[in-house]
Design a protein around this ligand. Structure first.
Ligand SMILES: [Zn+2]
Length: 55
């Protein structure tokens, strides 16, 4: 993902900063990981998984 895209993204729930995780963008405040599909982040709360589910 291009850096400017990642920088522009915010958690849709808390508007917080997101962090890279392989295949995901992670909100540490919400403890949610948003999947990235074909380089496109899926910024939907109902598609997010909890950090505990990530290995
Ligand atoms: Zn959040």
């Amino acid at each position: 993902m291009q850096e400017w895209v990642r920088q522009a993204l915010r958690c849709p729930t808390c508007k917080g900063k997101l962090f890279d995780h392989p295949g995901y963008l992670v909100c540490r405040a919400c403890r949610l990981a948003y999947p990235v599909r074909d380089s496109v982040p899926v910024m939907l709360a109902d598609r997010a998984v909890s950090l505990e589910e990530l290995s």
